[in-house]
Design a protein around this ligand. Structure first.
Ligand code: F6R
Length: 606
């Protein structure tokens, strides 16, 4: 999704802006640009539909520099990803603007601005904001931005400068993320703290409706109702080496192999299933909770689906899992004793955030975030939280965030169980032991990589694939199919294996690879019968089978032996070979693994 960086300083800030854009590249973009005012009050701009590296080359060639500037990575929504639609966008060669979000009433605004004589040179919704600001600008940028944003419907984070007011930047937040970074006689703004790592570790997280003016020595914030307010300053140490590949070719592979460490870090502070792990007051909230409503999107939604099996079988708590973008627009019957759990790697996903706000509007007051970013909006809007410590995830395809979310949800399950039915303490110790052994167990799954590479070569020639799982491994099959389709562009679908005969079996031919997740659990014999249904139709099975399942290589049946069955935590092990299969198939097909086409890491628009 779009990324924004801005800076005002008494030095050339263009390198800071470009470095910020480089750090935001992982969010996904299809064009980028920068504009800056130099010490003599001259504003210049560069744009590219290639990578940030190309923008950097243009900046070098044209010696673009400046002490006040804004920069942007654009993920096209309105208007094609072409140079003239790339931001910064100018109004009357005076106001320069970058925008993240979608302006829903842009057509009406455009019409009325056109009627007043404004000319549009882009197809973007963002250009109306630049013109609106210009239309009310009377040499006071702060006032003009405050006035203009009142007319916007939709989502925005914007950063603006006016050519005739160097050393002054304004920004505003309304539905899209934006942080202000504080320096010594210099100030910054960006879509996330990672973009400013190395420039500052002191941040203000803006509230919805805030409009800000940054100069060399001052930060003025006006809240939604127009009052000048103070906001808390947070220290956030973000490490820039998170965005370095090290010995890896891709972030996706790096992040798959970081999973043992990510899980160890996520559980490092746990020595009992104590409600306080979820925040102060969690015990009281849990006591009045009679059900769970989980809201999430994509991979995070699949972690919720997996957890439903744990929550209902271990904690005996009724659990509903909903895709956030569906929940927010349907009529539902709120149960105010439900705990609303939102799961999100980034904590900024627009649909999940809107789902949470919708739950608030329906009167849900008990909310919890399971999130990887402490400073995110979702964490700030929930009463309880559990932070996964996966570290920064750069690859667009979620990997380590998924397995750490599962760990968090398992901890939640066991915590709820103990609070609700104070049973066997020995079992608690056993669950803790299994969690602590997970990193070692994951390492033995990662060691299967060479066998998976051999399968990936065969997969790279396919255009379709089916994934099968049963019980709590059905969401793992869903996640495996999602990973394969998004990274390799192979059409993949997942089914609960028992559903095959109700339709999808018609797709099975010799050309159809059928990936099967085969844990040694109570559904094994049923799954074996489903495997036979596929074999009888000539389908090619690729089975990840636990030790002792007695599923062995045969005609049309390819088997990779997993370690021994890992009980309730088995989904966390079984998803890893599916991640590796997707990764290596994508590499064999030569796709852009870390930045698949049309996708973005942080989906901050609806
Ligand atoms: C798929 C993937 C997406 C995200 C989804 C939610 O690999 O990464 O499906 O899971 O966009 O993102 P978060 O978890 O940041 O809310």
């Amino acid at each position: 999704m779009c990324g924004i960086v801005g800076a005002v300083a008494k030095r050339n800030i263009v390198p800071v802006l470009v470095e910020g854009l480089r750090r935001l590249e992982y969010r996904g973009y299809d064009s980028c640009g920068v504009a800056a005012i130099d010490g003599n009050g001259v504003a210049r701009c560069a744009r590219s539909v290639l990578r940030v590296a190309d923008l950097e080359r243009q900046i070098r060639d044209t010696k673009l520099l400046g002490e006040t500037g804004i920069a942007h990575t654009r993920w096209a929504t309105h208007g094609a990803p072409v140079t003239h639609n790339a931001h910064p966008i100018f109004s009357h060669n005076m106001i320069a603007l970058v925008h993240n979000g979608i302006i829903e009433n842009y057509a009406a605004l455009r019409k009325s601005l056109r009627a007043s004589g404004y000319k549009f040179v882009t197809q973007t919704d963002s250009e109306v904001i630049a013109h609106l600001i210009y239309s009310v600008y009377r040499d006071d940028l702060f006032s003009a931005v405050r006035e203009a944003v009142k007319l916007l419907h939709g989502a925005y984070a914007i950063a603006v400068f006016s050519k005739n007011q160097p050393h002054r930047l304004c920004c505003a937040r309304g539905g899209s993320p934006l942080v202000v970074g504080l320096g010594e006689h210099e100030h910054f703004l960006a879509s996330d703290t990672l973009a400013l790592a190395g420039s500052t570790n002191r941040f203000i997280f803006l509230k919805e409706g805030d409009v800000v003016e940054l100069t060399l020595d001052s930060v003025r914030i006006a809240s939604r109702n127009g009052e000048l307010v103070q906001r808390l300053v947070h220290t956030v140490n973000t490490y820039s080496d998170a965005v370095e590949l090290g010995p890896y070719r891709h972030f996706m592979k790096k992040e798959i192999f970081e999973q043992p460490q990510a899980i160890a870090d996520t559980i490092a502070h746990i020595d009992a299933f104590d409600p306080e792990l979820f925040g102060t007051g969690a015990s009281d909230v849990f006591k009045e909770t009679d059900s769970l409503l989980i809201l999430a999107c994509g991979t995070s939604y699949y972690s919720g689906l997996t957890a439903k099996y744990w929550l209902e079988s271990i904690a005996k708590i009724p659990t509903q899992v909903e895709i956030a973008s569906e929940y927010r627009y349907r009529d539902s019957v709120p149960n105010h004793r439900s705990l609303v759990v939102v799961i999100s790697q980034s904590g900024e996903t627009a649909d999940t955030l809107a789902g949470l706000k919708h739950a608030h509007a329906l009167g849900h007051s008990n909310t919890m975030a399971i999130c990887n970013v402490e400073s995110s909006t979702i964490v700030r809007l929930t009463t309880l939280r559990f932070l996964t410590h996966a570290g920064t995830e750069i690859g667009v395809a979620s990997t380590k965030s998924f397995t750490t979310q599962l760990v968090a949800l398992f901890v939640l399950t066991v915590t709820l169980k103990w609070l609700r039915s104070n049973t066997d303490a020995g079992l608690q110790t056993q669950y803790l032991k299994q969690l602590r052994h997970l990193p070692a167990a994951l390492n033995s799954v990662l060691a299967l990589e060479p066998q998976i590479i051999a399968w990936a070569k065969a997969f790279s020639h396919k255009e379709n694939a089916l994934f099968l799982g049963r019980g709590m491994h059905y969401p793992i099959a869903l996640e495996g199919a999602l990973k394969l389709k998004e990274t390799s562009y192979i059409h993949a679908e997942a089914y609960p294996a028992g559903e095959l005969k109700h339709g999808p079996l018609a797709l099975v031919t010799k050309a159809m690879p059928v990936v099967t997740v085969a844990p040694n659990d109570i559904l094994l014999e049923k799954l074996k019968a489903n495997i036979q249904e596929v074999r009888a139709r000539g389908g090619q099975l690729y089975v990840f089978a636990d030790a002792d399942t007695r599923i062995v290589n045969d005609e049309g049946l390819h088997v990779i032996r997993m370690p021994e069955h890992y009980g309730l935590l088995s989904p966390i092990l079984h998803v890893v070979p599916l991640q590796l299969l997707a990764y290596h198939t994508a590499c064999a097909r030569g796709t852009d693994v870390d930045k698949p086409r049309n996708l973005a890491k942080s989906v901050t628009v609806e």
